[in-house]
Design a protein around this ligand. Structure first.
Ligand code: PLP
Length: 390
C-alpha cells in the first residue's frame, strides 16, 4: 500500500523533534551534529533566537496580505537586498525552483519586448535548478527528466568546463541567456573558477546575452561572501536565490538589474504567497546577520579550519576519500568508497551529511557552527571513516 506521504524520497530512519544551533534532536533526546543544515537552508542553525523573535513578532501582527496591497516586510527586504547587491529590483517566491521559473520567463520576455527571437538559454551538465518543468528542462539530466516529457523547449546543456563549446554556442543567433550555478551543489560541489565566471561575463557582454546566476545553494554567505559571484568581481543580470535566505522559512527571490527586469510590468507575473509578511520578516533578520562583514569574516575563518581538518581526514583515509573541494562552508568530499556508505557511517556517529552527484559527500553546516563544533564534526567524521577503512 502506498504510504500516506508520497514516497518520492529515500529517507534515513530519523525523525527530529527540535533543533538547537548546529544540533538536531530526536524525541528520545539523541543529538545529531547537523552538517547538512536542511541542504544549506538553516544558514543560522536551528531555532536562532533572533529568527524566532522576528517570526513570532510578525505572527502576532499579520500573517498574509495579498500582493494587491503593499506589504511592509516585503518592501523592507527588497530594499535591503537592492542595497546589498548588484540588483535594482526583487521579486519574491517561496522556493528556488519558482525563482527559476521567473528567471526563465524574464529572459524570454526581455527578448520578446525587443522583437528578438533569442529564446534559447544555455545551461550546463550536472546543474540543478529545482523540480519544476522549467527547472528540470534547464538542467536536462536524464535522472530529472525521464518520464516527464514533453519537456519545456529552449535549453541547451553544455559540458562543464568546455570553453570552446561555450564560445561557439554563445554566438548562435537563437541564444539569449546563460544560466549557471557559480558552485554546483547537487552536481557534486563543483566551483566555477573566478576566471571562468569573469570569462562568462565577458562572453555575455560580447554577444548581448543575459547572465543568470543560480545562487539558491551557494548564495547567502555560504561561500564566505554574501553571494558567490562577488569573489569573481562580476555582476549578473538576473540571480535566483532561495534556501538560506529564509533561514528555514520558505522564501526565494529573483534579483535583477533594471535593464533585465523592465520587461516585467503589472500582470506579467505573480504569486499568492510570494513576499509573504512572515517569510520576509524572517528574511530581513537573516540578511541583517549574514550581511554583516564581521559575520562573513567568521564564516571564512571557520571554513579554513574545517577545510584544513578535512584535508587531514582525506590524507589519513585514502580508501574512503579522494579529495576536498568547494568554497567557504560549501565543501565536498570526493569519495573513494561509495558516498552513500560514507553518509551512513556518519549516521552511526550521529553526524549528518548530504550525498551529491559525482560520488561526493556534501558538508553544508550552519554558518553559525562554532570552532568547538567543527572539532567535534571532524572527530565524528574520522570515526566514521575508520569504520570504512579497507
Ligand atoms: C535546491 C536548489 C534549487 C531548487 O530549490 P527548491 O527550493 O527546492 O525549489 C534550485 N537551484 C539550486 C542550485 C538548488 O540547490
Amino acid at each position: 500500500m502506498i504510504p500516506a506521504v508520497l514516497p518520492t524520497y529515500n529517507r534515513a530512519p530519523f525523525s527530529f523533534e527540535r533543533g538547537e544551533g548546529s544540533w538536531l534532536i530526536e524525541a528520545d533526546g539523541r543529538r545529531f551534529l547537523d552538517l547538512g543544515a536542511g541542504i544549506a537552508v538553516n544558514a543560522l542553525g536551528h531555532a536562532h533566537p533572533a529568527l524566532v523573535a522576528a517570526l513570532t513578532e510578525q505572527a502576532g501582527k499579520l500573517w498574509h496580505a495579498s500582493n494587491l496591497y503593499h506589504i511592509g516586510p516585503q518592501e523592507r527586504l527588497a530594499e535591503a537586498l537592492v542595497a546589498a547587491t548588484f540588483a535594482d529590483t526583487v521579486f519574491f517566491t517561496n522556493s528556488g525552483t519558482e525563482a527559476c521559473e521567473l528567471a526563465v520567463k524574464m529572459a524570454r520576455k526581455y527578448r520578446y519586448d525587443r522583437g528578438e527571437d533569442r529564446t534559447t538559454i544555455l545551461t550546463f551538465e550536472g546543474s540543478f535548478h529545482g523540480r519544476s518543468s522549467a527547472g528540470i528542462a534547464a538542467a536536462g539530466s536524464e535522472k530529472l527528466t525521464r518520464g516527464f516529457g514533453p519537456l519545456l523547449p529552449g535549453f541547451v546543456q553544455l559540458p562543464w568546463g568546455d570553453h570552446d563549446a561555450l564560445a561557439e554556442a554563445a554566438g548562435r543567433p537563437d541564444v539569449g541567456a546563460i544560466l549557471i550555478e557559480p558552485v554546483q551543489g547537487e552536481g557534486g560541489i563543483r566551483p566555477l573558477p573566478d576566471q571562468c565566471l569573469k570569462g562568462l561575463r565577458d562572453l555575455c557582454d560580447e554577444h548581448g546575452l543575459l547572465l543568470i546566476l543560480d545562487e539558491v545553494q551557494c548564495g547567502m554567505g555560504r561561500t564566505g561572501r554574501l553571494f558567490a559571484h562577488e569573489w569573481a568581481g562580476i555582476r549578473p543580470d538576473i540571480m535566483m536565490v532561495a534556501k538560506g535566505i529564509g533561514g528555514g522559512f520558505p522564501l526565494g527571490a529573483v534579483l535583477a538589474t533594471e535593464a533585465a527586469a523592465a520587461c516585467m510590468g503589472a500582470g506579467t507575473h505573480g504569486s499568492t504567497y510570494g513576499g509573504n509578511p512572515l517569510a520576509c520578516a524572517v528574511g530581513c533578520t537573516v540578511l541583517e546577520i549574514v550581511g554583516d562583514p564581521a559575520f562573513l569574516a567568521g564564516v571564512n575563518r571557520k571554513a579554513s579550519l574545517l577545510r584544513q581538518g578535512l584535508e587531514g581526514l582525506v590524507a589519513s583515509h585514502p580508501d574512503v576519500f579522494e579529495a576536498v573541494r568547494g568554497r567557504g562552508l560549501m565543501l565536498g568530499l570526493k569519495c573513494t568508497a561509495a558516498n552513500t556508505d560514507v553518509v551512513q557511517a556518519g549516521h552511526a556517529q550521529a553526524v549528518l551529511t548530504v550525498p551529491a552527484a559525482d560520488n561526493v559527500v556534501r558538508l553544508l553546516p550552519p554558518l553559525t557552527i562554532t570552532e568547538v563544533e567543527i572539532a567535534e564534526a571532524l572527530a565524528r567524521l574520522e570515526a566514521a571513516a575508520g569504520t570504512l577503512d579497507a
